[in-house]
Design a protein around this ligand. Structure first.
Ligand code: ATP
Ligand code: MG
Length: 151
């Protein structure tokens, strides 16, 4: 059971990704968390769509893994960070993988690139042979000056 709270401390939930049923559960939990943080309906849907693609990649390409959902608070707004991790084959050429239409097999090749467009922050960290972590973050309040710089 969840304890929706307004506390400033970060809380993290880990969900296993090992089956299609888990994908549905991830979508449900992300929607609940985003709604609970006060994200607009449009923003909730964008985040859930991105999460759904990344979770499917974790399952299909990564051979399963997990997602960690972390509630953030930085004074200017509240955020939700989702980190999808697997210990699969990794992505040898991340730049290529991020290209619209690139798929290593049978997909549309729009999952990674599409997910990146749907959220405010996106990072891909992959080591061939070791696995992949893709992290996305959305905030309730966007401060362009403070949040457009990435590193
Ligand atoms: N977690 C992962 N582990 C290993 N390779 C991955 C992972 N995620 C993505 N990839 C690689 O990046 C490619 C592009 O991913 P993307 O999600 O954009 O397309 P796709 O999964 O092939 O098709 P779809 O449009 O159906 O999602 C994949 O084909 C795969 O080779
Ligand atoms: Mg995909």
């Amino acid at each position: 059971m969840h304890a929706p709270s307004a506390s400033a401390s970060a809380s993290t939930t880990r969900l296993h990704i090992g089956s299609d049923a888990d994908l549905a559960w991830v979508r449900h939990e992300v929607r609940q968390a985003a709604a609970g943080l006060g994200f607009s309906l449009v923003q909730q849907t964008k985040l859930v769509t991105a999460a759904s693609e990344l979770a499917r990649n974790t399952l299909v390409h990564g051979g399963g893994g997990h997602v960690e959902m972390t509630h953030l608070e930085d004074g200017a707004g509240r955020g939700l960070r989702l980190a999808f991790t697997d210990e699969g084959p990794g992505i040898p050429d991340p730049e290529l993988a991020m290209t619209d239409g690139y798929t290593s097999g049978g997909g549309l090749g729009l999952g990674l690139s599409g997910a990146k467009r749907l959220v405010q922050e996106f990072t891909l960290d992959s080591r061939p042979g070791r696995g992949t972590t893709v992290t996305i973050t959305d905030w309730t309040t966007v401060l362009p000056a403070a949040r457009t710089g990435g590193s």
